[in-house]
Design a protein around this ligand. Structure first.
Ligand SMILES: NC(=O)c1ccc[n+]([C@@H]2O[C@H](COP(=O)([O-])OP(=O)(O)OC[C@H]3O[C@@H](n4cnc5c(N)ncnc54)[C@H](OP(=O)(O)O)[C@@H]3O)[C@@H](O)[C@H]2O)c1
Length: 232
């Protein structure tokens, strides 16, 4: 059966790949973006100035699922991160997700049997990493939101998150834009490679679809073993 999903942050490389996979299965995806995404082939799209409730358009139809993609990766030593920078990171990664879910909660409730919300976290929550305080804090909030909201919305709406490690997208470009950086990053992962958008998109597609209808309140760590496996 054809489903309709909403992607916030639809310009993201991972969002685009997830869209490609879902469209191939016959589903519709509506995109929200702060950029002009007219060229990206979404079933419908809206350009927004920010992910805050007052700026989000009305969407008439029921939504079988919603994914909040926006994220940042400003890696700096702790002492050099201003309070404003912490707030900005928190706003894009965490508060925006709250606004989008609040805005479209009724659309989700109108799409039985079990509509699905998926958030995107990061490996840097389960695994402490230097220079990751701002993003670790903001995405840590997303993981807390995932669990609390899953409890509050059960059994009507499922809520899960995917937590990737380093993945080939524009966001990560600074970290992998030279062969030696890419090699060092690949070696750090037990699976000896970094992620591709397809790896993350498959996990998101699973959490959106009916095959995961008994899964809620989970953080799916798609990270090449980075957060949980140590090579001896
Ligand atoms: N790539 C990685 O290594 C990696 C690792 C762990 C987690 N993640 C997470 O994966 C998600 C998708 O990112 P990606 O890797 O696909 O990167 P990407 O292609 O660079 O996409 C960046 C995303 O962030 C949004 N964004 C960027 N700056 C923004 C701003 N100032 N205000 C609001 N939104 C902004 C974009 O939304 P618009 O469409 O509105 O521009 C887009 O959704 C993010 O949540 C990221 O934290 C990525």
């Amino acid at each position: 059966m054809q489903k309709t999903y909403l992607f916030a942050g639809a310009s993201s490389a991972i969002a685009q790949e997830t869209h490609r996979q879902l469209r191939a299965e016959g589903h519709r995806v509506i995109g929200l973006s702060t950029k002009d995404i007219g060229e990206l082939g979404y079933s419908a799209y809206h350009q927004v100035s920010e992910y805050s409730k007052d700026f989000l358009p009305e969407i008439a139809q029921p939504l079988d699922g919603l994914v909040y993609f926006p994220g940042t990766i400003n890696l700096k030593p702790f002492h050099r991160i201003t309070e404003e920078a912490f707030m900005q990171e928190y706003k894009i990664n965490a508060l925006g997700a709250v606004s989008v879910v609040q805005r479209y909660l009724q659309n989700l409730k109108n799409a039985p049997p079990t509509p699905s919300i998926v958030f995107i976290s990061t490996v840097a929550v389960a695994q402490g990493m230097n220079f990751h305080t701002a993003i670790g804090m903001a995405k840590g909030a997303i993981e807390g939101l995932t669990l609390a909201l899953a409890a509050e919305l059960a059994p009507t709406i499922r809520v899960n998150a995917v937590a990737p490690s380093l993945t080939t997208t524009p966001l990560a470009d600074k970290l992998i834009n030279a062969p030696e950086k890419l090699e060092a990053s690949s070696k750090r992962h037990p699976m000896r490679r970094i992620g591709q958008p397809e790896d993350i998109a498959h996990a998101i597609g699973f959490l959106l679809g009916e095959q995961s209808s008994w899964v809620t309140g989970q953080i799916l760590r798609v990270d090449g073993g980075m957060s949980s496996v140590r090579m001896m």
